[in-house]
Design a protein around this ligand. Structure first.
Ligand code: ADP
Ligand code: ASP
Ligand code: MG
Length: 413
């Protein structure tokens, strides 16, 4: 008899029919005597729908009110799930973040979990109930509802698995595991059987939304093995675990993309000490994350400052920058939301040169212009026009032969 945390994503609970199917699956484990904690997302498309409703009312809504709104999507699915369990003749109880005591920081729309009170969950499990918990949400010390950021239900599930010391944490989704790239845009993507926390952290940080990055960080910290698998098949999925000796060590292990990017340029900024701080301090104070930064010197004492932010922060960033531009006497602020970031990731890159230049050649061959570049020891990212994203991902996946397993590094360069 085990304690199992299972999380089902939006597409898995996208209709009452699908909820009934998920209930049957969970009941299969329950009937074997396992204690089941089930974390659910909102129905697919629901969180986007709620965000759009808010935007219809106000361009930059108050983050606290935003959390009041978007957290409702999960309330619907957990209640329906509990009803479907009861209808099937078993006992279940649905709980929201504050009822479980998922305490978070007060940073609305991207709060961090601080601790979870497990008592109530154990009480209901001991009563023989299936406990279903709304993902993505928590509550501050002062009782305000928070959300954990998009994709945050994964984080709820892993945090619960850690707090309850669960025997297993399974993330059920619409693909049957973690692939070398998004299988929905690259048919040649190859499923990975086991992947280390570190490598998955990289993939997630660069856009592989199959797992929310904070869930991977928590899994690593608390050594929770995570099984990512499909809601719609019985197949084994991918295990995210600590690094093992015989794990595939590829030069490039994955290709990722993120369309949640926007580019902002401050034109003709006076090139003098302190200007960068004047620009980026207020931005970071507003909780806006800046990714790549490029500074181009013009003739004379002026410079252009270009950087990227999350597209979801774009309106707020532009609003702030208009004020900053005036203060520092920059000529203008321009922005572009039609960009994407494509990246190649792999710990094997550490000791090899020429990977970045190969990437640039491949993109050039496809006629794709690179607007910005950033590199680290184990990744290379390029900003390109959004419309070329799929083409770029497929070309890179082909060029680095990611559809083939364990190709010796030397053969690949
Ligand atoms: P859920 O609603 O279940 O949380 P998500 O849409 O958040 O599901 O995540 C699953 C999606 O992640 C897949 O449908 C796929 O398009 C995308 N994805 C991106 N990169 C990868 C990858 N490397 N492996 C698997 N899926 C990926
Ligand atoms: N419903 C939330 C979202 O769409 C959280 C999640 O699905 O993980 O981002
Ligand atoms: Mg998700």
């Amino acid at each position: 008899m085990a304690l199992i945390v299972q999380k089902f994503g939006g597409t898995s609970v996208g209709s009452t029919e699908k909820i009934r199917a998920v209930v049957q699956r969970v009941l299969g484990y329950h009937k074997q005597g396992h204690k089941m904690v089930v974390v659910l997302s909102a129905m697919s498309g629901e969180t986007d729908r709620l965000i759009n409703l808010a935007r219809d009312i106000q361009k930059i809504p108050d983050p606290r009110e935003m959390d009041m709104l978007v957290s409702t999507g999960e309330q619907v699915t957990v209640a329906l799930f509990a009803m479907a369990v009861n209808e099937a003749g078993f006992d279940a109880i649905s709980l929201l973040g504050d009822q479980v005591g998922i305490r978070t920081s007060g940073l609305h729309t991207r709060a961090r979990i601080r601790n979870i009170e497990s008592k109530r969950i154990f009480t209901h499990l001991d009563e023989g109930k299936i406990v279903t918990i709304a993902g993505f949400q928590g509550v501050t010390e002062s009782g305000d509802i928070t959300t954990l950021g998009r994709g945050g239900s994964d984080t709820t599930a892993v945090a619960l698995a850690a707090a309850l010391k669960a025997d297993a944490c399974e993330i059920f989704t619409d693909v049957d595991g973690i692939y070398t790239t998004d299988p929905n845009i690259c048919p040649k993507a190859r499923k990975i059987d086991r992947i280390s926390y570190d490598e998955m952290l990289e993939l997630a940080s660069l856009g592989a939304k199959v797992l929310d990055i904070r869930s991977v960080g928590l899994a690593k910290k608390y050594r929770v093995p995570v099984h990512v698998r499909s809601t719609f098949t019985e197949n084994d999925g991918t295990w995210v675990v600590e690094e093992e000796k015989n794990m595939e060590s590829m030069l490039v292990s994955g290709v990722t993309y993120s369309k949640n990017e926007a580019r902002i340029t401050l034109n003709k900024v006076p090139d003098q000490p302190g200007v960068a701080a004047q620009i980026f301090l207020p931005i970071s104070d507003a909780g806006i994350i800046v990714d790549m930064i490029i500074q181009n010197t013009r003739a004379g004492s002026l410079t252009d400052m270009t950087f990227t932010v999350l597209r979801t922060d774009y309106d707020r960033a532009m609003d702030l920058l208009k004020g900053i531009a005036k203060e520092i006497q920059a000529e203008s602020v321009t922005g572009d939301e039609n960009i994407a970031k494509v990246s190649i990731v792999g710990v094997g890159m550490r000791n090899h040169s020429g990977i970045a230049s190969t990437m640039f050649q491949i993109l050039a061959k496809e006629g794709i212009n690179i607007m910005m570049i950033s590199t680290s020891e184990i990744k290379v990212s390029c900003i390109i026009e959004e419309k070329y994203t799929e083409l770029a991902v497929r070309a890179l996946h082909d060029a680095f032969a990611l559809d083939k397993e364990n190709i010796p590094v030397e053969e690949k360069i």
